[in-house]
Design a protein around this ligand. Structure first.
Ligand SMILES: Cc1cc2nc3c(=O)[nH]c(=O)nc-3n(C[C@H](O)[C@H](O)[C@H](O)COP(=O)(O)OP(=O)(O)OC[C@H]3O[C@@H](n4cnc5c(N)ncnc54)[C@H](O)[C@@H]3O)c2cc1C
Length: 415
C-alpha cells in the first residue's frame, strides 16, 4: 500500500509484516520450490506466534480486529517472500476462518479459528473438483443425511495446503433436486476417517504449499459443522469471493514488487554499448511501465478495500470492484514479471536471479480463486445491473443529447 496514505499504526503494522518476511529462511523458499518441503508448518507457526494471521478477525478469537486496508498492507508484504507462502497465509486464516466467523457456530470458532490463528492447525478450502472449478453449481461431491450426521462422498482437486490441513471447508450437494442456489452446503470437515489427501501435481510454480487432491470416502460429519445451515452453501461461497479475490490481489502486488526492484538495480548497473542499459528507452520505459502498472494496481486495491471497509457500498458494486481488482492486478503482475525478465535479458531466465520463479508463481494468479474470465463475467453482470438500476437514474448531464443530430430519433435503431 502507499506509505503516504498510512497512519503511524499502519506503518508499524507494515514494518511488523516486513520483519516477518525477512525472517523467512531462504532455504525454506528454495526447498519449497524444489518440493523438498510439501507443507511449511514452521512458517504458519511463526506467523501465528507473531499474531499475523487473520488480522481482520476479532481480537477475542486471536485476530486484531483490523480493516481490509490493514489486511492489504500486510498481504502485500507477505507476498514478497513467496507466492506459495502467501497463499497458505491467506487461505486458512483470511478465507476459511472468516467463513466460520460469519457463518459458523461458537464450537467451530473455538475448535478451528482460535488454534488456526495461533498457527497450530491449518484449514484448506475445497471448491474445485476434477470435472470443473469455474462451474461452482456443477459440483458432484455429495452429502447424504444419516441420523444427526451427514456422510460426504466425492473429490476436490488443486486444494492449497491439502497436505498439511487439519480441516477442510468443503462444498457438497445436499439437495440435488433443489434450485441451484439452495442445493449445496458448506461443511467444515476435520481430517478424519475417510479423508485422504494426495500430493500429486507437478506445479509450474507456487510449489511446496501442499496443493493436492482430496478424496472424501464416506466421511461422517455432524450437522452442526455446516456453515450457514444445510443448503446455505451458496451464500458462504458468494461472501468468500471477497477474501479470496481481494486477498489475492493484495498479495500479488507484493509478490511481483521484487521483480521491479531487481530489474531497476540490474538495468542501472548493467552496461551495453558503453552505458547503463536503463538509458535506452526500450529498457528504461519498460521498467517505468512496470512501476506505473504496479501503482495503478495498488490504487485499485486500496480503493476496493475502502469500499469493503465502509460497509455501505452495495454488495453488487463490491463484487464488481473486487473482481476488477483481482483481474487487473493479476494481469498487470503477469506483464510486470515478464517485462522485468525481458529488461534483465538472458540472466533473468536463469536461477541466478529469482525472476524466473516469480514468473512461474505469478502465472497462477490469473487462474486460481476464480479465473480472470470468470472475473470478467462478474464485472459485466454487475455493471449492467448497476447501470440500469442505479447509475442511469442519477441526475447527471446526459451527453447523448449533445450530438448535433441527437434529436433524429428515427436514426437510433436498436432492433
Ligand atoms: C496451484 C493451484 C491452487 C489452487 N488452489 C485451490 C484451492 O485452494 N481451493 C480450490 O477450491 N481451488 C483451487 N484451485 C483451483 C482453481 O481455482 C481452478 O483451477 C479455477 O477456478 C479454474 O477451474 P478449472 O481448473 O476446473 O478450469 P475450468 O473451470 O474447466 O475452466 C477452463 C477454462 O474455461 C474458462 N471458462 C469456464 N467457464 C467459463 C465461462 N462461463 N465463461 C468464460 N470462460 C469460462 C476458464 O476461465 C478457463 O480458462 C487451485 C488451482 C491451482 C492450479
Amino acid at each position: 500500500m502507499f506509505d503516504f496514505t498510512m497512519t503511524p499504526e499502519q506503518k508499524k503494522l507494515r514494518d511488523e509484516a516486513r520483519d516477518f518476511t525477512r525472517w523467512v529462511p531462504k532455504e525454506m523458499i528454495l526447498a519449497m520450490d524444489a518440493e523438498q518441503i510439501q507443507f511449511p508448518h514452521e512458517y504458519l507457526r511463526e506467523a501465528g506466534r507473531r499474531n499475523l494471521l487473520g488480522i481482520r478477525l476479532p481480537k477475542e478469537y486471536g485476530g486484531r480486529g483490523l480493516t481490509w486496508v490493514d489486511d492489504s498492507i500486510v498481504a502485500e508484504e507477505i507476498g514478497v517472500a513467496s507466492y506459495s507462502l502467501a497463499c497458505l497465509w491467506g487461505v486458512g486464516a483470511d478465507i476459511v476462518c472468516e467463513a466460520i466467523m460469519l457463518f459458523g457456530t461458537e464450537e467451530l470458532k473455538q475448535e478451528v479459528v482460535v488454534p488456526l490463528l495461533r498457527g497450530e492447525v491449518y484449514a484448506a478450502e475445497g471448491l474445485t473438483e476434477p470435472r470443473g472449478g469455474s462451474d461452482f453449481f456443477g459440483a458432484t461431491t455429495v452429502a447424504k443425511k444419516d441420523g444427526d450426521d451427514w456422510i460426504i462422498n466425492g473429490q476436490k482437486r488443486f486444494i492449497v495446503g491439502a497436505e498439511g490441513a487439519d480441516w477442510f471447508l468443503v462444498y457438497a450437494v445436499t439437495d440435488p433436486a433443489g434450485p441451484p442456489h439452495r442445493r449445496m452446503t458448506a461443511f467444515m470437515v476435520p481430517r478424519t476417517a475417510g479423508v485422504e489427501s494426495k500430493y500429486i501435481y507437478g506445479l509450474m510454480g507456487v510449489r511446496g504449499g501442499g496443493a493436492g487432491r482430496v478424496i472424501f470416502n464416506d466421511v461422517r460429519v455432524p450437522e452442526r459443522y455446516a456453515l450457514n445451515g444445510i443448503n446455505g452453501g451458496f451464500d458462504v461461497f458468494v461472501r468468500m469471493m471477497i477474501p479470496e479475490r481481494l486477498g489475492t490481489a493484495a498479495m500479488t502486488i507484493g509478490s511481483v514488487r521484487p521483480a521491479i526492484e531487481i530489474a531497476t538495480r540490474y538495468t542501472s548497473r548493467r552496461k551495453a554499448f558503453g552505458q547503463p542499459i536503463k538509458n535506452y528507452q526500450a529498457v528504461g520505459f519498460k521498467v517505468a511501465d512496470c512501476v506505473l502498472a504496479l501503482d495503478a494496481a495498488r490504487s485499485m486495491v486500496y480503493t476496493t478495500c475502502l469500499a469493503v471497509d465502509s460497509g455501505s457500498v452495495h454488495p453488487g458494486r463490491v463484487r464488481r470492484m473486487v473482481s476488477q481488482s483481482k483481474k487487473f492486478v493479476t494481469e498487470a503482475a503477469w506483464d510486470i514479471a515478464n517485462n522485468c525478465m525481458q529488461a534483465v535479458g538472458g540472466i533473468g531466465y536463469t536461477n541466478i536471479f529469482p525472476l524466473e520463479r516469480i514468473v512461474r508463481d505469478i502465472r497462477l494468479s490469473m487462474i486460481w480463486v476464480g479465473t480472470n474470465e470468470i472475473m470478467e463475467m462478474i464485472i459485466q453482470n454487475e455493471w449492467y445491473k448497476e447501470y440500469e438500476k442505479v447509475l442511469s437514474k442519477e441526475p447527471v448531464r446526459d451527453v447523448e443529447d449533445d450530438a448535433a443530430n441527437a434529436t433524429q430519433s428515427d436514426e437510433k435503431v436498436y432492433e
